[in-house]
Design a protein around this ligand. Structure first.
Ligand code: KG4
Ligand code: ZN
Length: 340
């Protein structure tokens, strides 16, 4: 372990957020995210538009991250970047930028797996947050992924369950779309759910073996339910929106918790972490906290700014790899389907 301060610049561009962050050892000095509002008009991320927006945003976002950290690029020790998984056109922007900058500055380049980063975000040094001991279980829930991962050490992870169709974030976003909510619908669904009755309407949970998930059936169930109810009462959505949101969210949380309980039972692990955009959900955060006394779990819930896509989580992985001397070389390419 070195006693020198190590400064890492991290870049994340896997989907529709252009993000840059500067870390000093495990601490975040700056964490800048430029979202892309353009996709809301289309009700989902348009890959071609996302890569163009990354091209426009990347230089100002990196400048801002360095400025906020009060650091000059000449002081950096390494450049970390998201190699995958994600949208190829989006990944290429961050990858090319990181490669060029590391070449220009003549400092190491470090490739990071986005899904590992959602998990290892728990190792960012933050006052009031504690780090999970190995082994622990991590449930990564986002717009693109739903996995339960047994984390044996920083870079030794086993995916023990995952979705066989839609990701949980899509269940929020697609159900929200049916209800006329904007994209992405998760945050608004969460807000409305807090004002509604979670038991007002019942949606059946899918029957999937083992630790895998399925969410495409829920979206269809919501669609048929809404079609039937609005036929009888055209104002049904407006009159019951909060209750509908609460009931959908309650069902989703139930599906996630059933699998998490099974994973804990099967592995005997009671240290449970969550990560990814959907871990910003207030219902999931509360249910997990309640599970501590109910099941004897210790839960690890990230700070809000490290739940949705961000570069600080890429930076912490960059730092951990830097300590191991685990660098990439200039021939590395982005990988849209990179596995954990
Ligand atoms: O991790 P993330 O920023 O991007 C991906 O890698 O996919 O996750 C985005 C997803 C979206 O589906 C969004 O609706 C969902 O996270 N999300 C939420 C909340 N905040 C973001 N879902 C439910 N409740 C929230 N509060
Ligand atoms: Zn993500």
């Amino acid at each position: 372990m070195t006693s020198q301060n190590i400064y890492i610049l991290a870049i994340e561009s896997s989907c529709d957020d252009t993000a840059a962050s500067v870390l000093c050892n495990g601490k975040v000095l700056s964490n800048v995210v430029a979202g892309q509002k353009i996709h809301a008009e289309y009700g989902g991320v348009v890959p071609e538009l996302a890569s163009r927006a990354h091209q426009q945003n990347i230089v100002p976002v990196v400048h801002q991250a360095l400025k906020k950290a009060n650091l000059d690029k000449s002081q950096l020790h390494a450049i970390a970047f998201t190699r995958g998984p994600g949208l190829m056109g989006s990944l290429l922007v961050g990858t090319s930028f990181a490669k060029s900058l590391s070449y220009g500055l003549n400092i190491p380049l470090i490739d990071v797996n986005h899904m590992q980063a959602h998990i290892l975000a728990h190792f960012i040094d933050e006052d009031g947050y504690y780090k999970p001991p190995f082994p622990f279980l991590a449930m990564t829930i986002s717009g693109g992924h739903t996995q339960i991962v047994k984390v044996n050490s920083y870079f030794e992870m086993d995916v023990i369950g995952e979705t066989i169709d839609d990701a949980v974030g899509e269940a929020f976003d697609k159900s929200g779309k049916i209800l006329g909510l904007g994209y992405p619908a998760g945050p608004e669904m969460d807000k409305r759910a807090q004002m509604g009755n979670p038991k007002a309407f019942k949606f059946t949970k899918p029957k999937v073996e083992g630790l895998n998930f399925s969410f495409s059936g829920l979206k269809t169930a919501v669609l048929y339910f809404i079609q039937k109810e609005t036929k009888a009462n055209p104002n049904f959505i407006v009159e019951h929106l909060n209750d509908i949101c609460a009931s959908i969210q309650y069902t989703i949380i139930g599906i996630l918790m059933d699998k998490l309980k099974l994973a804990s039972k099967q592995t005997g692990i009671k240290h449970i972490a969550i990560g990814g955009g959907v871990s910003a959900n207030s219902g999931i955060r509360k249910t997990l906290k309640d599970a501590e006394s109910k099941f004897g779990w210790t839960t690890y819930i990230p700070k809000f700014e490290f739940t949705t896509d961000n570069a600080a989580m890429i930076g912490i992985v960059g730092y951990l790899k830097y300590l191991e001397g685990n660098y990439a070389n200039q021939s590395i390419t982005a990988s849209a389907r990179l596995k954990i």
